[in-house]
Design a binder for this molecule. Structure first.
Ligand code: DSN
Length: 451
């Protein structure tokens, strides 16, 4: 029987898909958590693996017919072990459906409800799944480097666990290990977490591990963002140092969406049970298959070169933006991401990100250290280089992107005091912005994504 193609079968969905594909081709993506998965990964994700239920783990499934799924999961685990140089006393779980689910499984496996979890302050660059609650109308003292939350429990972590968060140093905008140690000694967390979504610097995993040990806490290193850089050896690895490492697969690691948990074997027994039956049912075998393909790619010399170029590009972008008087949080980056404080520009993250989108550059608004504005209209813009580097762009193109970003800023500054809708109307009607979008499109045609 001939396979019906999507265009014939569902023209309505196909039309939306084509619009998304054209947008991805014609615009520059600077969102640091996005990337382009290869055709081989796409084929694995679109395969018959999606048809099979396989609750349980290799060799111990609840449904029959899982011999090939067992092979798939075992192969994927072996590749994780190789890619991340796992010590013999560590184990792997590849079934978590996302990074947040992976983190939740760690809490469910290793903690009791009500235990104290200590991670990075969300507005400084932590992650929602590390817990977030706040007090409406509360004004933060920028010199108080600890946050204990408020009555509005925003996510499951803060509803079920007691969350304490450490902030970055106000002068360096980087981790202040002595301060983190003091906070840990005072609040005695059962779990200490590093990692997040907007921290551009390397983390000293040995120091954090020592702080955790000093208070009898488990140490979880969440490397969702930098997983590909860690696998390539371009960033430090917490594997073998932390007690648990969680990561997502679709950012710098350049697979399809998913998550992986690595931990000491004694912790993994509890975490496996937390994933299934604790939190999830059948794993998404097609996603695991894509991840296996992506891990194979990540172990090639070409991927190491790619990961090095990601960081070189991020540094080039930050340096070029600095020449246009953009303030770079922490003074630079060791990774794939750059956080820009827009306070001096007075076009803040929400308006600037929208204006950039009209100019063909997709980025996201973000909070920043010492944030004084609402998360819905914050002070900063977050950008990153995994996607543009996958397209083959290098330092020269980063300089061009910075120049476009500066032009967008110059064009929009006179409209900064307008309400958001009027601001957007001006941007939409601006011929200067449309001209930049055309220039972006021309560059994108030279660097299509087709890997
Ligand atoms: N949404 C991801 C990011 O953009 O960093 C984290 O979950």
């Amino acid at each position: 029987m001939e396979k019906p193609d999507l265009q014939q079968e569902d023209p309505e969905l196909y039309a939306i898909l084509k619009k998304e594909e054209t947008k991805q081709q014609e615009k520059i993506t600077l969102i640091p958590s996005e990337n382009f998965a290869s055709k081989a990964i796409q084929e694995a994700v679109g395969s018959v693996f999606m048809n099979k239920y396989s609750e349980g783990y290799p060799g111990k499934r609840y449904y029959e017919g899982n011999y090939f799924i067992d092979e798939l999961e075992t192969l994927t685990i072996e590749r994780v072990k190789q890619a991340f140089h796992l010590p013999n006393d560590w184990a792997v779980n590849v079934q978590a459906l996302s990074g947040s689910a992976a983190n939740l499984a760690v809490y469910l496996g290793l903690l009791e409800p009500g235990d104290t979890v200590m991670g990075m302050y969300l507005p400084d660059g932590g992650h929602l799944s590390h817990g977030w609650s706040y007090e409406p109308e509360e004004i933060q003292d920028p010199n108080n480097l600890v946050y204990t939350g408020g009555s509005r429990k925003v996510n499951i972590t803060s509803r079920f666990w007691h969350v304490v968060q450490y902030k970055t140093n106000p002068n360096t905008q980087q981790f202040d290990y002595a301060e983190i140690e003091k906070i840990a000694q005072k609040h005695k967390p059962k779990l200490l977490i590093t990692g997040g979504t907007a921290y551009p610097r390397e983390i000293d995993y040995q120091k954090m591990s020592a702080i955790a040990k000093g208070v009898g806490a488990y140490y979880l290193a969440d490397i969702a963002h930098e997983a590909g850089l860690v696998a390539a050896g371009v960033n430090q690895s917490p594997v073998g140092i932390a007690d648990v490492v969680t990561l997502t697969t679709h950012k710098t690691l350049r697979c399809n969406r998913g998550a992986i948990i690595l931990s000491k074997k004694e912790c993994m027994k509890k975490i496996d049970r937390a994933i299934f039956p604790g939190l999830q049912g059948g794993p998404h075998n097609h996603s695991i298959a894509g991840i296996a393909v992506g891990l194979r790619e990540a172990m090639t010399p070409a991927f190491r070169t790619y990961a090095e170029q990601i960081v070189q590009n991020a540094r080039a972008l930050a340096a070029a933006l600095f020449t246009y008087d953009f303030h770079i949080i922490s003074g630079g980056t060791d990774k794939h991401l750059v956080l820009i404080d827009l306070t001096n520009k007075q076009v803040f993250g929400k308006k600037y990100a929208r204006a950039l989108d009209y100019a063909g550059i997709i980025a996201n608004m973000n909070t920043m250290p010492q944030e004084t504005r609402s998360p819905a209209d914050p002070s900063a813009l977050r950008i990153g280089t995994p996607s543009v580097t996958t397209r083959g762009m290098k330092e020269k193109e980063m300089t061009t992107i910075a120049e476009w970003m500066n032009r967008v800023m110059d064009i929009t500054q006179p409209w900064n005091a307008l309400d958001f809708e009027s601001f957007e109307t001006h941007v939409r009607q601006s011929e200067k912005i449309q001209k930049i979008a055309e220039e972006v499109k021309t560059l994108c045609k030279i660097y299509p994504f087709d890997i």
